[in-house]
Design a protein. Structure first.
Length: 851
């Protein structure tokens, strides 16, 4: 009896600590529901907010909704890196569901000023609700099933009417892999009695956290670049539906309240028509009203902005939609003490549910305005383009059609229309060839998107940036480009529009040789192909000098960096080698030239010491607490996904147990490396002397200097002439957010004869810089691979002081050390994955960085 009495008492105590809200806590009270639609509680076995939903549970509930409710259908959009199927719910009236494809096509038709609008007033609105792009910001993804259930099952007249007029797309989790990682962590540290103590391990997820996706990328910076399947799938759906509104539900630091856009007007990107801000503001009044009704505090016109179009709330603005960012103070775990009081996970979910529904309410009332906003967006784009000084942009690389095709492919995914050119052209000192160039006319619907990807920007109304200040794509991809006016348009004579990019054909010049085969290192993906060849056991040499050789009885010039496969001393006979190389060339689209004599017309002969054998790369990258996870993820993604080269990510805290002899390349990303002991540093020094090579990025300079592995001397900062004593107090918030170098493109002078620059033909290399630590160039000859030019600014914001300081400083250095080498990149050569212009430099460093 005693026991029976105690148990309910205990449960009572626990239930107070862990009060679980009923469904009415989240959703409009008094709603009648269709009982045939399963509630989230009946499906999960708990009310959302009790535990964190794993992606699997979330996705399977959404699938069930689609199978049980006639208002709901489901689109499979892609598969994440970790094999999680990605999907989106479509919720609308059963009648609209029957007619969905026609409604979608009509909607797209109405946006094109060239087609005659059919029934704009009757066509449904498209509202896209997007949740939790950052894995450790879970309130959005946990709100999604509640919103979906309400829309699928509510019997209210208001919801019925809304679904007659609206197609609601629920992108219920934008980052399945990160979301799963976080749920798994936080559920596994949850106590029965929720404990708000911030010292609890529940709130300190281990490095690298789960904000990013599988490769630790921030998917909310990837909307323009589509480096990941998650974003690629999303952009495809975005353009299939072109929503009138797209919401982006995030979380921010715990000691805050709730934020919804419009954000800071002075920091809106000037390419977006002002009507967008005004409409976002109007929609904001609906969020304000609903949050006021429950006494939830918020702020709206500070901190966040819509400048960088790679973010989920800004990309829609550049595409005729209204993108809206929501930021909820995070409980991180289940219950957390904050400066504003004890914040529960359900509370954070409720704010996301409420603002999802207030968005839908606003869309009803502003139906007409939203439709004409989108139609006007495209109409005005065409009108502006016809008045614009330029007709279009030409881009390409006469030595590497692959990188040009990569960029063309990316533009096509953004619905940009491209053309090939008929004639070769010589513009601003650059040759553009028809087979390796593309023309982008500006007179098209994506006029504004094209501008943002091609224009250099150096004038800013506001010098505070939430993210980077520029992203001019041809510089990132190392491609030449030119604005085309009427006169040049006649010279290039563009051909019809191209919708797909055919694979580039390979060629074999000459027959089977008894001497060997040559190919250049120009193609973007050369090192991927090369690694494949090395794994087949084929011996490959790299030329360190230019030369000319007889190919098919004609003399042909080859640059330094040309690859040579001798016939002798290979694991296969000459005939097999010829066949194998032919197949390999076809697979990768490589042009091969057979040579029949080792005697060259000019420069070193093929048996000279200027042809050095390439060792199979064995790459180690230190990883772990205190190191820049973003940079590690980028390198991992670059090698693993783009180049198909294995890289060992080893924990920096266990470095003492490593045998460096198993590797020939060590990558050190930004970080202090204070945890490395003397045993490791002794091993490291002797490993480098014996031929090992270190590739170090950015703030790893401190470690190199400390260990005497490289000498990098800091440059003393120039004075700006501004007096900090009179910096207004009122500007302090902007100063906190802003950086004097928020992410800006600069020109460096490149030594194109250096082994790290093999395959580079232009003397100017553009680099992307965040942060203002500068180093002097090496005083030793041949050690400076790239140095900032005297007037380095290409695009983006930089303070006068930093611009003055950086001229002539070091960008890339290589110092020999015994038989090994240390290579230092002052800037991130793999920035956000899309900075492809420097990938070859990174791969050169890995394959022959200690030549
Ligand atoms: Zn976020």
């Amino acid at each position: 009896m005693k026991k029976l009495f105690l148990i309910p008492l205990l449960l009572l105590v626990i239930s107070v600590m862990n009060a679980q809200p009923a469904i009415d806590y989240y959703l409009p009270a008094g709603t009648q529901y269709d009982l045939s639609v399963p509630t989230p509680q009946s499906y999960f076995g708990f009310v959302p907010g009790t535990f964190h939903l794993s992606y699997d549970k979330l996705a399977s509930y959404m699938e069930t909704l689609a199978s049980k409710a006639d208002r709901v259908s489901l689109i499979r959009t892609g598969v994440s890196h970790e094999g999680n199927p990605m999907m989106m719910l479509v919720i609308t009236s059963p009648a609209n569901q029957q007619n969905l494809e026609k409604l979608r096509v009509d909607h797209l038709c109405n946006l094109d000023p060239a087609s005659s609008p059919t029934a704009i007033r009757r066509d449904p609105l498209v509202v896209w609700l997007g949740y939790s792009v950052h894995g450790n910001e879970p309130s959005g993804g946990n709100a999604a099933p509640l919103v979906a259930y309400y829309l699928a099952a509510s019997q209210s007249e208001e919801v019925r009417k809304m679904l007659d007029q609206t197609i609601v797309l629920i992108d219920f989790c934008l980052n399945p892999d990160g979301f799963n990682r976080f749920a798994s962590w936080v559920n596994s540290r949850k106590s029965l009695v929720n404990n708000p103590d911030v010292n609890s391990v529940e709130f300190s997820e281990p490095w690298p956290g789960s904000r990013g996706n599988h490769y630790w990328f921030d998917l909310n910076r990837d909307w323009l670049w589509m480096q990941h399947p998650e974003t690629e799938a999303r952009i495809e759906q975005f353009h299939r539906w072109k929503p009138h509104i797209l919401t982006d539900h995030h979380e921010m630091g715990s000691n805050s309240t709730f934020f919804f856009q419009p954000g800071v007007n002075s920091r809106s990107n000037p390419l977006v028509p002002p009507a967008n801000f005004a409409l976002t503001q109007k929609i904001g009044t609906y969020h304000a009203k609903e949050l006021d009704a429950i006494g939830s505090l918020y702020f709206t016109e500070e901190m966040f902005d819509d400048y960088y179009f790679g973010k989920g709330s800004a990309y829609p603005d550049l595409n005729g939609s209204i993108g809206i960012l929501f930021e909820q103070a995070s409980s991180r775990g289940h219950l957390r003490r904050t400066e504003y009081g004890v914040l529960s996970f359900p509370y954070t979910i409720r704010n996301q549910v409420i603002t999802s529904l207030s968005t839908l309410k606003a869309s009803q009332d502003l139906n007409r305005e939203l439709k004409y906003n989108q139609i006007d967006f495209y109409k005005s784009a065409l009108a502006e383009s016809s008045r614009f000084a330029l007709k279009g942009y030409l881009f390409g690389d006469q030595h590497d059609p692959y990188r040009a095709d990569l960029m063309a492919g990316l533009l096509m995914k953004h619905q940009v229309r491209l053309q090939r050119i008929k004639k070769p052209a010589f513009i601003n000192g650059i040759h553009y060839l028809p087979e390796s160039s593309w023309y982008v006319p500006l007179n098209q619907l994506q006029f504004r998107l094209i501008r943002t990807l091609f224009e250099e920007v150096t004038q800013f109304a506001d010098s505070t940036f939430y993210d980077v200040s520029t992203w001019t794509l041809p510089y990132a991809m190392g491609l030449s480009f030119a604005g085309i006016d009427d006169k040049n348009l006649a010279r290039i004579s563009p051909e019809g529009f191209v919708n797909t990019i055919p694979p580039i054909a390979s060629s074999m010049t000459g027959d089977q040789s008894q001497v060997g085969y040559l190919f250049t290192c120009d193609p973007y993906h050369l090192h991927k192909a090369l690694y494949d060849l090395l794994t087949q056991g084929i011996r490959v040499n790299v030329a360190t000098e230019p030369f000319a050789a007889q190919v098919n009885r004609q003399s042909r010039r080859f640059m330094q960096g040309t690859l040579f496969v001798p016939v002798q001393f290979q694991p296969v006979d000459g005939k097999t080698l010829y066949r194998q190389l032919g197949e390999w060339a076809k697979k990768y689209g490589i042009d091969i030239s057979a040579v029949n004599s080792a005697y060259t017309v000019e420069g070193p002969d093929l048996g000279s010491g200027s042809f050095t054998q390439i060792a199979m790369p064995k790459v180690l990258c230190l990883t772990g607490e205190g190191l820049a996870s973003r940079e590690i993820g980028q390198i991992w993604h670059l090698l693993d996904v783009k180049f198909y080269i294995p890289v060992t990510l080893a924990d920096v805290n266990r470095a003492d147990q490593l045998n460096l002899g198993d590797y020939n390349t060590l990558i050190l990303v930004s970080g202090s490396y204070a945890q490395l002991g003397t045993a490791f540093s002794d091993q490291l020094k002797s490993w480098v002397r014996n031929g090992g090579k270190i590739i170090a990025l950015r703030s790893a300079a401190g470690f190199l200097n400390r260990e005497g592995l490289m000498t990098l001397k800091s440059v003393r900062k120039e004075s700006s002439g501004d007096n900090p004593a009179i910096t207004p107090w009122a500007d302090r918030n902007n100063d906190r957010i802003g950086s004097s170098l928020p992410g800006t493109i600069f020109a460096t002078r490149l030594d194109t004869t250096h082994p790290l620059a093999f395959g580079y033909h232009q003397p100017i290399l553009s680099v992307f810089r965040t942060g203002s630590q500068f180093y002097e160039p090496s005083p030793t000859a041949w050690e400076n691979v790239a140095v900032y030019t005297d007037q380095p600014l290409i695009s983006g914001y930089v303070s006068r002081k930093d611009l003055k300081t950086m001229a002539g400083t070091s960008a890339i250095q290589r110092q020999k050390s015994g038989r090994g080498a240390v290579i230092y990149f002052a800037d991130d050569p793999v920035f956000r994955g899309y900075w492809t212009g420097q990938h070859k430099m990174m791969l050169n460093a890995i394959f022959w960085g200690n030549l």
